[in-house]
Ligand binder design. Structure first.
Ligand code: UT7
Length: 340
């Protein structure tokens, strides 16, 4: 009998302010920049994204997603002994968004009359940009498999609207804000039951410049550009090959093949990247979960947002095998193969 980490609940949250392509095109036009709804839909598949209001942070979105996730799993904050938040847009330099989330969950539990509040387990952030969620779920899985944790809340939460350059039409139309969460709990079985079957993570820093937000805080000032910059074509070309590689590796590690995959839940960056990956894996498009049209690229939040959508819609069912995969700044990429 082996120790597995199984997904016992999912949750997600999009901030209420919905921005259409046309809303952004109008803003760009006012700045003398040309764009159109047709261009954005055709090149990316994106129709809307959601932006937070002033004063709303990644931990606020994470909190809403986490609460929904705990409800879905019939668990309380006090049951959680590990919180990992994947984010590149944290509330502050430190403490971690995970620590802030833990405090918010504890306060909410106390307000709900649960005198236990929170469990006081470990809480930390993972920074791997759009691969952040697969990185975080891999770390949580390893901690559960070694007995270091039994009940892990893994969240992807982003407020990318804060780091977008609205004078750059090549990037500002692509990204949005949101959060998604899964609860991972320890389970013991002989390998046929639910759980994370394998994970696969990679990074190559030589590509660090093609997608970055290079600014930093020093001596009380922001040094360098604090806004996102990307060579979209370079990222696109690299992404398609890397996603196929990591998908093949994770299947091999789990002793599975393309044919065993019931659902592909890819990072939601661009519909063209998703369809290319599906084609390479010989997966029909009906088996690919696509939500990019609704929220754009929400970086580390996009995989759990798509996963929660498909679970709540009744598409992904218990016992099915789900392949999650992501690629992003760093360059980082990776995947997780899960039996639900
Ligand atoms: O989350 C991490 C991973 N990130 C990604 O996966 C993003 C990967 N990259 C992409 O998704 C695509 O490369 C983009 C969506 C960013 C761009 O699509 P593309 O088909 O590669 O377009 P392009 O960069 O080749 O640009 C084609 C044309 C250019 O004009 P010219 O030089 O042909 O005159 C761009 O300037 O489209 C122009 N363009 C726009 N036109 C209207 C770029 N942005 C816009 C825009 N509206 N918003």
């Amino acid at each position: 009998m082996t120790l597995f980490a199984r997904i016992t609940g999912t949750g997600s949250f999009l901030p209420p302010r919905k921005i259409s392509n046309q809303d952004l095109v109008t803003q760009l036009t006012a700045r003398g920049l040309d764009s159109s709804d047709e261009w954005i839909v055709e090149r990316t598949g994106i129709k809307h994204r959601h932006f937070v209001d002033d004063g709303v942070h990644a931990s606020d979105l994470a909190f809403e997603a986490a609460r929904r996730c705990l409800t879905a799993a019939s668990r309380k904050a006090a049951d959680v002994d590990l919180i990992i938040v994947a984010t590149s847009t944290p509330d502050m330099v430190f403490p971690s968004t995970a620590s802030i989330l833990q405090h918010k969950l504890t306060l909410a539990a106390l307000a709900d009359g649960d005198t236990q509040g929170g469990a006081g387990g470990a809480a930390f952030d993972v920074q791997a940009v759009c691969s952040g969620f697969v990185y975080a779920i891999s770390v949580a899985n390893a901690m559960i498999q070694t007995g270091a944790a039994r009940c892990a809340l893994v969240v992807g939460a982003e407020v990318f609207s804060r780091i977008l350059d609205f004078n750059d039409r090549t990037t500002c139309v692509l990204f949005g804000d949101g959060a998604g969460a899964v609860l991972l709990e320890a389970a013991t079985h002989d390998g046929d039951g639910p759980g994370i079957l394998a994970t696969d993570l990679h990074a190559d820093g030589k590509y660090r410049d093609i997608l970055c937000t290079p600014g930093t805080v020093s001596g009380g000032a922001v040094i360098g550009n604090p806004l996102l910059q990307m060579d979209g074509q370079a990222v696109f070309k690299l992404a398609v090959g890397l996603l196929e590689n990591t998908a093949r590796k994770v299947l091999e590690k789990a002793n599975k093949t393309d044919a065993d995959v019931d659902w592909l839940v890819p990072h939601q960056a661009n519909i063209r990247i998703m369809t290319s990956t599906a084609k390479k894996l010989k997966l029909p498009l009906e088996r690919v979960v696509v939500t990019v049209d609704q929220h754009g690229n929400t970086s580390a939040a996009s995989i759990p947002l798509a996963l929660d959508h498909a679970v709540k819609a009744g598409q992904i069912k218990a016992g099915q095998i789900v392949l999650m995969e992501g690629v992003g700044g760093g360059f980082t990429w990776g995947s997780a193969l899960v039996r639900m």
